[in-house]
Ligand binder design. Structure first.
Ligand code: ADP
Ligand code: MG
Length: 226
């Protein structure tokens, strides 16, 4: 599903953010990526979204060699991957419903489909009753739920989350992680970058540790044991 082969990324400034990273994430996996600030985690996420290109090495996502995706097909590629970020990135002047519907309008989904799918996604993340609220009237946890609903509304096979609980308190962080776990159990491959080691330990999933741009540890969690 996601395969990196000897991937390195050096920024123009000469900073080597990733060094010879090889890893393989299978369909249906839930994977945590952990590591100190500056270790290259966000760079990895950006490479997977083709926001950046590797300096060397090969990245394959959903069977596609990313270096073979032409410039004009990048938006199309990105729409097939769900992503959420620490700062939610919601449209501040649109309500909850519109934030989620927007993602469907971009791919020119039909009106009937939008009317059906948006309320369904909002109920899945526990926000059915807040569909008319503006983002600023929601708690951080609720805003992240909207972002997750938006990320999933077009049914991507992969969800990438870069520090999704970085701005949340302990309780909300847990709620969001539990939601990501549910989403994974429903079949989506989930990759979560996080600093929250308490949650990482408790959830018992595969944990990939990055240090100074290299994978230094890759532990399968008991939760995945066969
Ligand atoms: P993390 O997400 O683990 O904190 P990043 O992937 O954001 O780490 O950054 C890895 C390294 O690359 C850091 O040293 C960071 O300063 C550097 N870096 C990130 N983005 C850029 C950029 N656009 N230009 C130059 N250096 C960058
Ligand atoms: Mg980061």
């Amino acid at each position: 599903m996601i395969k990196l082969e000897h991937v390195s990324k050096t920024y123009e400034a000469g900073v080597q953010a990733l060094k010879d990273v090889s890893l393989h994430i299978m369909p249906g996996e839930f994977v945590f990526i952990v590591g100190d600030s500056g270790s290259g985690k966000s760079t990895l996420i950006k490479l997977l979204l083709k926001e950046l290109s590797p300096t060397s090495g090969k990245i394959t996502v959903n069977g596609k060699d990313l270096s073979r995706i032409s410039h004009r097909h990048i938006p199309d590629y990105r729409r097939k991957i769900g992503c959420v970020f620490q700062n939610f990135r919601l449209l501040q002047d649109r309500n909850v419903y519109e934030n989620v519907a927007f993602a469907m309008r971009v791919i020119e989904a039909g009106k009937r489909q939008i009317k059906k799918q948006v309320p369904y996604m909002l109920s899945l993340v526990g926000l059915a009753s807040k569909y008319r609220s503006l983002p600023r009237h929601l708690s951080g946890g609720e805003q992240q739920r909207v972002a997750i609903a938006r990320a999933l509304v077009n049914k991507p096979k992969i969800l990438l989350a870069d520090e999704p609980t970085g701005n949340l308190d302990g309780h909300n962080a847990w709620e969001i992680m539990k939601l990501l776990d549910q989403i994974n159990k429903a079949g989506t491959t989930v990759v979560v970058v996080t600093h929250n080691m308490e949650i990482v330990r408790a959830m018992n999933k595969r944990v990939i540790t990055i240090r100074k741009g290299s994978v230094v540890d890759d532990q399968k969690g008991d939760a995945d044991a066969i």
